[in-house]
Design a protein around this ligand. Structure first.
Ligand SMILES: Nc1ncnc2c1ncn2[C@@H]1O[C@H](COP(=O)(O)OP(=O)(O)O)[C@@H](O)[C@H]1O
Ligand SMILES: [Mg+2]
Length: 346
């Protein structure tokens, strides 16, 4: 499967048409009212997701993960750049997103908030079937519930959300997405509101759905442990940009970007003391490396979307220290200029 080819960096990973792709995506919110300033939540992101691939998008709160996820779902329209599904740019005309909404499904963090307390499990899962006017409603609902581990499904049909555990509720939410036979799940912090004991079960469920159905997923999380357990590829987001991309093994073993190291250093099992965040750290270390103020004054190169098999890092310091592969860097700059993005000069 293409997921494995992308993790081992085989050349074939480059030839697979991504199922979902962001290209030069920039999302700017105009400030509402006098006190709120305009904000660039996503600042020129390239990201491809191959069929069957699980990509974890990690980064601290406020860095733009949810905005990027919503943009990839078609819920937010990019200010610049484009999102493509199976090679076709999304159409934002009315009705243009209808089929897309079936193929790319959202799973939210809080199953209680995603479920209507007055709807039974059956009604919750059948809703999408009705919206998209599909046949065999009952069989589809039963199949989705049992794929999500709620078996026998009929036993759950008439239950209400309050009669279920948190883990069961999240399974119902996932079944509601799955019932439309999507190709991609976008899961925004899918286990953040669950007890630690059921997080593992939901993660295994996502992995099994990938294995059984070839589902691709973008899993948004601030939890690196989750990313490690689930992802074929990790994309580290910082201040609206993706600053480092690689397999979890590459990134956990040898994080290149100071921000990635900062994220790693707050893991409980991390051997190092928590370190200051970029750009404070970067400017101190960068001065020593002769990079000077570049981290704060020169825009960082935009990373290309396609996995190269090597870690890709957007960092002046890594580049100065010779850690950013020259080829990858050239590629990054090439893509950046094609997309009309601001770019750094090496
Ligand atoms: N609808 C919006 N209007 C204005 N600003 C927004 C809106 N949504 C998000 N933002 C801002 O964009 C930035 C990124 O937010 P978000 O994508 O939610 O980050 P994350 O999911 O990583 O926590 C934040 O500064 C946030 O305040
Ligand atoms: Mg968020």
């Amino acid at each position: 499967m293409s997921a494995s080819s992308s993790s081992d960096g085989g050349e074939d990973s480059i030839t697979v048409t991504p199922v979902l792709s962001a290209s030069g995506v920039l999302v700017r919110f105009s400030g509402r009212g006098r006190r709120s300033a305009a904000a660039t939540a996503v600042d020129g992101v390239n990201l491809d997701i191959a069929p069957g691939e699980i990509v974890a998008l990690v980064g601290e709160s406020g860095c733009g993960k949810t905005t990027l996820a919503r943009t990839m779902l078609g819920l937010e329209r990019p200010t610049q750049g484009q999102v493509s599904f199976a090679g076709q740019p999304l159409s934002y005309r009315s009705g243009g997103l209808r089929d897309y909404r079936r193929k790319v499904q959202l799973v939210l963090q809080d199953p209680t908030g995603s479920l209507n307390p007055r709807h039974t499990v059956y009604e919750a899962v059948a809703e999408g079937v009705r919206v998209h006017r599909l046949d065999d409603e009952r069989a589809r609902v039963a199949d989705a519930l049992s794929r999500c581990g709620l078996r026998p499904p009929e036993r759950f049909f008439l239950r209400y959300p309050h009669e279920l555990s948190g883990g069961q509720r999240q399974r119902v939410v996932i079944a509601g997405a799955l019932v439309l036979e999507p190709e991609v799940l976008i899961a925004d912090e899918p286990v953040a509101s669950l007890d630690a004991s059921v997080r593992g079960e939901i993660l295994s469920l996502l992995l099994r759905l990938r294995a059984d159905l070839g589902l691709a997923a973008l899993v948004v999380t601030h939890d690196l442990g989750l990313a490690w357990n689930i992802a074929d590829r990790l994309a580290v987001m910082y201040l609206g940009r993706i600053v480092e991309v690689g397999t979890p093994e590459q990134i956990f073993a040898d994080p290149q970007h100071p921000y990635t190291r900062a994220l790693m250093s707050v893991l409980p099992e991390s051997p190092t003391e928590p370190i200051a965040r970029c750009p404070e750290l970067a400017s101190g270390a960068a001065a020593a490396a002769g990079v000077g103020q570049r981290c704060t004054s020169v825009p960082l190169p935009v990373l290309p979307a396609t996995p190269s098999g090597q870690v890709q890092v957007s960092c002046h310091l890594a580049q100065a220290l010779g850690k950013a592969p020259a080829g990858g860097q050239a590629q990054a700059l090439g893509k950046a200029s094609a997309g009309g993005q601001a770019q750094a000069q090496a």
